[in-house]
Design a protein around this ligand. Structure first.
Ligand code: DER
Length: 214
């Protein structure tokens, strides 16, 4: 209950900053589920891009205007959750398997705001790291990745296979792992988001909401 209250507080604080008429990237997950009604009730005349069918469906049901990400080539702000946020603002994302579209939306936005309950804060990020893999040549890609396990979850809306690169445990050099994954053929996208991508982390906890300008 406390975690949910933290998610809701962080989401509502982020929603309060969104200006009228903004072009907004909507992330995916249970924290974003609190963001959507907070945005809808303000009647801001937003143009939204969703990062998953689940977010799109929920946003439309609330009366938000959702457009395909072909109608806009930039966004004013993207707001999304995270599975882990470390002290440098490295993120691990992809718990919901939506990290490919989430990263495309985050980099297209002038501001990327992460909303989390405080249980997501960690000193150092740890594995496993979510991946989206091309279906073509999957066994060969998995062999090269050595410790990747395919999820039995549904495919990504773009047809990729969602997997998790273990082992669990602290990631000593997130930049090096991020670069290696980005350079591995067959890996469509990985769930490591660098601090350079993050503008603000809004943290909801028992003491209220803390804003961290990265
Ligand atoms: O899958 C994702 O990247 C989600 O944003 C996830 O990281 C956060 O999900 P939650 O808000 O349900 O914890």
């Amino acid at each position: 209950a406390e975690r949910e209250a933290g998610k809701r507080a962080a989401a509502r604080a982020a929603a309060a900053d969104v200006p009228h008429g903004a072009r907004v990237g909507l992330g995916t997950g249970s924290t974003v589920a609190h963001l959507l009604p907070a945005l809808a009730e303000r009647n801001l005349d937003l143009r939204c891009v969703a990062t998953s069918p689940a977010t799109e469906e929920a946003a439309l049901a609330l009366g938000l205007r959702v457009e395909p990400f072909s109608a806009l080539d930039r966004l004013d702000v993207a707001i999304d959750g995270a599975d882990q946020v470390d002290h440098e603002a490295w993120l691990v994302k992809g718990g919901g398997g939506a990290h490919t579209r989430e990263k495309v939306v985050a980099v297209a936005a002038a501001r990327f705001v992460v909303i989390v309950s405080d249980d997501k804060l960690v000193e150092r990020i740890s594995g496993p790291v979510p991946l989206e893999l091309l279906d073509f040549g999957l066994p060969a890609t998995l062999r090269r990745l050595a410790h990747a396990a395919v999820r039995d979850a549904p495919r990504s809306p773009d047809g990729g296979v969602i997997a998790d690169l273990g082992p669990a445990g602290t990631i000593a050099d997130p930049a090096a792992l991020s670069a290696w994954l980005a350079a591995t053929p067959g890996v469509v996208e990985h769930g490591l988001f660098p601090p350079a991508l993050v503008d603000e982390v809004v943290v909801g906890g028992p003491g209220g909401v803390r804003r961290w300008a990265v």
